[in-house]
Design a protein around this ligand. Sequence first.
Ligand SMILES: Cc1cc2nc3c(=O)[nH]c(=O)nc-3n(C[C@H](O)[C@H](O)[C@H](O)COP(=O)(O)OP(=O)(O)OC[C@H]3O[C@@H](n4cnc5c(N)ncnc54)[C@H](O)[C@@H]3O)c2cc1C
Ligand SMILES: NC(=O)C1=CN([C@@H]2O[C@H](COP(=O)(O)OP(=O)(O)OC[C@H]3O[C@@H](n4cnc5c(N)ncnc54)[C@H](OP(=O)(O)O)[C@@H]3O)[C@@H](O)[C@H]2O)C=CC1
Ligand SMILES: CC(C)=CCC[C@@H](C)[C@H]1CC[C@@]2(C)C3=C(CC[C@]12C)[C@@]1(C)CC[C@H](O)C(C)(C)[C@@H]1CC3
Length: 507
Amino acid sequence: MTAIETETFLEYILVEHRWIIVMVALLPVSLIWKIWSTFRNYVVFKLNSAPKMHIKKVKEVQSQVKAWLAGDRSTRLCTARPGWQAMSFRQGIYKKTFTNIKVNLVDVLEVDMENMTVRCEPLVTMGQLSRTLEPLGLALAVVPELDQLTVGGLVMGTGVESSSHIYGLFQHFCLQYELVLADGSVVTCSKDENPDLFYAVPWSYGTLGFLTSAVIKVVPAKKYIRLEYRPYNKLSELAHHFVEESLKDKPHQFIEALLYTKNSGVLMTGNMVDKIGDDGKFNPIGKWYAEWFFKQVERHLTNNSTAVEYIPLRDYYHRHTRSFFWELQDIIPFGNHPIFRYLLGWLMPPEVSLLKLTQPEAVTKLYDKAHVIQDMLVPVEHLEKAIDVFHEEIEVYPIWLCPFRVFNHPGQLKIKTNADSQMFVDIGVYGVPKAKGYETVTSTRRIEAFVSKHDGFQMLYADTYTTLDEFRAMFDHTLYDKVRDSLPYCKDAFPEIYGKVNRSVRK
Ligand SMILES: Cc1cc2nc3c(=O)[nH]c(=O)nc-3n(C[C@H](O)[C@H](O)[C@H](O)COP(=O)(O)OP(=O)(O)OC[C@H]3O[C@@H](n4cnc5c(N)ncnc54)[C@H](O)[C@@H]3O)c2cc1C
Ligand SMILES: NC(=O)C1=CN([C@@H]2O[C@H](COP(=O)(O)OP(=O)(O)OC[C@H]3O[C@@H](n4cnc5c(N)ncnc54)[C@H](OP(=O)(O)O)[C@@H]3O)[C@@H](O)[C@H]2O)C=CC1
Ligand SMILES: CC(C)=CCC[C@@H](C)[C@H]1CC[C@@]2(C)C3=C(CC[C@]12C)[C@@]1(C)CC[C@H](O)C(C)(C)[C@@H]1CC3
């Protein structure tokens, strides 16, 4: 990485040898935190008190909003969840000036086996949910892979994973939302009840109301994933098969690809199975001693032959958690070394919140200057062209490729076709850019322009450098504006989406 000036000795250690702080302080504290939250979840569940408490907890949210309403309304509203706890690189500066509403709703409320749904409060995490559903033989239709992602963040933002080519984004398999609005009322919405609000909530980033629960579709789950790895040494071939697999009438249940260079990558297709077959080996990739998943996948490229493995379901869902995709290698460079894995692998990964809390200004500057974290969503037919552009502008590998379907619903994600849905690909670039002449703002802006021109979208947990007009051109605000006009006090209480996601309101 580029050298950056540091002011104190502690800062020097944090920048140049961040792993020391991580090993000495963050990993042990993370462990204590994990033990506490597991214990707390267990007690709450055993006492089964959460469903009864839900209405009371929603009333607490309402009374905070009503107190704001009764005041001079000179500030706006956001959740009180501190920025360092959120699963993105940035923290919202607006949290300091807006009135913070405590939405302390952390529980799984109900699993409805008949209707195949789960009702959750917004702070339920993906890890908690997959643990809850697994013993019941169920899973979310799509499980965004990082354990700490929350239902609230995924509903108000978006979620995507390797089964999204079938089920779509997180919003596409959410059936109902319960919200506290700016006038202090509680409403529920679904495709049949308050449909405008229902379709405007996804990608609204908490600018229409506070989510207090969501009903989400679940699917039957099996014990293992049979995963087939297919290496390619030509981008056009990989892209062709990637698109072909995603568009099949009866596609594999999971599709994902990792590109290791512009022309080499591994396509993975998977299906749930109950038994381990004899055409491949059992690989529990979630075990503490297991090699990081993206490193294991890379080996299939070197072997240059198709291979099959059987992976336990939860291990598969959270396969990128232990190494934060490939981001942890910049923080703990020896994190994948066998000695480290066998001795301390069980402590991994460190809590993102603790990493964020202890991140000095100098590291933030370093990431600003010489690190990319972006997910760009483009119609799948532009995959090859997009990789060319990404290679020229950024040159970061591995690249994450995940196909997903966007259904032709009203809302901010407008597709330019009359068909029921359109296939997209999420191109995830995370790492240190190697492209000559890379400059954060100008290069990202060029990529954003390419994505917009090709009817794509940018994921907004990442930094957007678009102007308000460019942003409004990328995301259709017609329904969103209509809903904001119709909801009492909404515009007083919340800024527009852009006001919460643009680079200048985040640090
Ligand atoms: C309907 C339902 C409501 C829940 N409510 C909450 C909640 O309010 N707050 C919270 O923190 N956690 C709740 N949980 C469970 C919780 O999220 C996880 O179980 C928790 O993360 C503990 O995981 P574990 O791996 O330590 O427990 P584990 O012991 O591995 O798994 C959970 C245990 O719960 C049992 N179990 C699962 N579903 C049911 C059910 N419907 N009835 C009886 N037993 C069941 C499983 O058999 C298993 O023994 C709920 C789960 C369900 C299914
Ligand atoms: N695989 C995937 O799909 C991945 C997705 N992500 C992204 O990460 C984000 C989720 O991270 P997470 O830490 O869970 O969420 P965050 O705390 O980052 O919240 C994201 C947004 O949702 C709003 N929000 C959250 N809860 C509520 C609520 N109850 N009511 C109203 N608004 C709410 C927040 O508003 P406020 O600012 O007021 O708190 C914020 O604008 C999403 O944007 C998602 O796209 C990241 C990695 C992987
Ligand atoms: C749509 C998909 C699959 C998105 C995956 C996004 C991940 C790669 C992102 C989400 C959270 C994320 C921004 C994060 C980081 C890297 C990239 C992550 C893991 C890191 C770990 C980079 C190092 C930083 O110092 C810090 C610890 C603050 C962040 C935390 C969040």
